[in-house]
Ligand binder design. Structure first.
Ligand code: ZN
Length: 411
């Protein structure tokens, strides 16, 4: 994304200020860099990244870039290693988050007339409270249910006349099924769903959308950068609008760290422009997406990112082409007879990468060759590479109780 001059100036001033602050993690990170000599976006793109491990090392309150008396709240994201990340917020940070969340509701066409039932959790994490502050700033009616207690959720949904449901996709689906089971659909006034942007398939989306008869909106966000509510899709559904007056967004090649041109798939990296409590420069989200070039038909000038396609940790590279399991799944899904189970083997033979995709099918053996050919063609046109493709019988690929490993890189 082209960085405009005012964004560049904000980021430069912020980098210089943080580097000069003894207690900041950027004091060490930017050591030896002449930040005052930074002149362009290209210079900015040479700054080192900030990763979740950097934040973890700041535990407990090392991320605070203001005196603690200016911190009005903390939130926390859990890490896989057990050490949590603590994010301090000033009054302005909390307000700015609510402003962005309000925008999200507005982009989804939600108004002060709406009654918003909030089912994400309240507590140390940034879910429920963000949905609530945005709703209140908008002037809508917040119904702060929190998670679980389906009985009460459905009762309140009817009695309060909830028009908007905020939920994870799995909880929205559960509520949808319970409503059908009880035959109370005609007592439900829901019109819209604002769904947390975990990766969820088109099938699940259709079941919730058609089951509840509502429009669905994907909300994006992460605790390290405010929380949910820093982006949402509009009714044209051409990607997630993100707010470039609060953050600067770039896409990098997760292997080389190089900034990629708009339109190319890679890892989303975010720099905060207005945060006081815990400003972050070039924070690696590990979310895979792309910046969508051009203008949305809705006319909003906020840039757009694509739906999150997975985690950059899952990315692998064959013959110079970056790909990840979700893309392979997409190709297989598009072909009749290909089951959901697959396995990718990557070898290096005779100086060249060699990729083989095994997939299960219940088609007769005589059809294997034809199906393999079709899948090869789809790979070539969608991903830009032709792997070896081998059909196997259903049940032939190993399964595991835990998350099944799909990619075997033998190079
Ligand atoms: Zn739009």
């Amino acid at each position: 994304m082209k960085m405009n001059e005012s964004t560049f100036n904000i980021i430069k001033a912020q980098a210089v200020r943080l580097a000069g602050m003894q207690t900041s993690l950027y004091h060490k990170k930017f050591e030896g860099l002449d930040l005052n000599a930074m002149q362009s976006q290209q210079d900015f793109e040479k700054l080192p990244f900030t990763d979740k491990a950097d934040l973890r090392d700041c535990y407990p309150l090392g991320l605070a870039a203001v005196p603690m008396r200016d911190v009005v709240r903390i939130h926390s994201s859990s890490g896989t290693t057990g050490v949590p990340v603590i994010i301090p917020y000033t009054k302005k940070d909390v307000d700015d988050w609510a402003i962005q969340f309000k925008r999200c509701y507005e982009i989804a066409g939600i108004t002060p007339e709406d009654r918003i039932q909030i089912t994400p959790g309240y507590g140390l994490w940034t879910a429920g409270i963000g949905f609530q502050l945005g709703a209140e700033l908008l002037g809508a009616t917040a119904i702060p249910m929190g998670p679980g207690n389906t009985e009460k959720q459905l009762q309140f949904m009817q009695d309060m006349g909830s028009t908007v449901l905020c939920a994870t996709s799995s909880y929205a689906l559960l509520l949808c099924e319970e409503i059908a089971k009880r035959g109370i659909a005609d007592k439900i006034c829901l019109k819209k769903g604002v769904i947390g942007s975990e990766r969820w398939g088109e099938k699940m989306r259709a079941r919730i959308r058609d089951g509840l008869g509502i429009e669905l909106y994907d909300i994006y966000g992460l605790t390290e950068i405010y929380g949910p509510g820093i982006g949402i899709n509009c009714s044209y559904n051409t990607g997630i609008h993100v707010f470039d007056d609060f953050c600067y967004y770039e896409i990098i090649d997760p292997n080389t760290g190089e900034t990629l041109p708009d339109g190319q798939m890679g890892e989303l990296v975010i720099t905060t422009l207005q945060k006081e409590g815990a400003p972050l420069i070039r924070f690696r989200t590990h979310d895979l997406t792309r910046l969508i070039p051009g203008q949305c038909p809705c006319g909003r000038s906020y840039p757009r990112i694509d739906a999150i396609m997975g985690r950059s940790d899952d990315l692998f590279k064959v013959k110079g082409v970056n790909m990840f399991p979700a893309q392979v799944e997409e190709v297989l899904r598009s072909v009749t007879y290909a089951g959901s189970e697959y396995r990718i083997e990557i070898d290096h033979i005779g100086g060249r990468d060699h990729m083989t995709v095994f997939f299960e099918t219940n088609a007769p053996k005589t059809d294997y060759e034809a199906i393999e050919k079709v899948i090869q063609t789809h790979f070539k046109s969608r991903i830009g590479l032709t792997p070896d493709v081998r059909a196997v019988e259903v049940g032939a690929l190993p399964r595991s109780e835990k998350k099944t490993r799909r990619v075997f890189d033998n190079r």
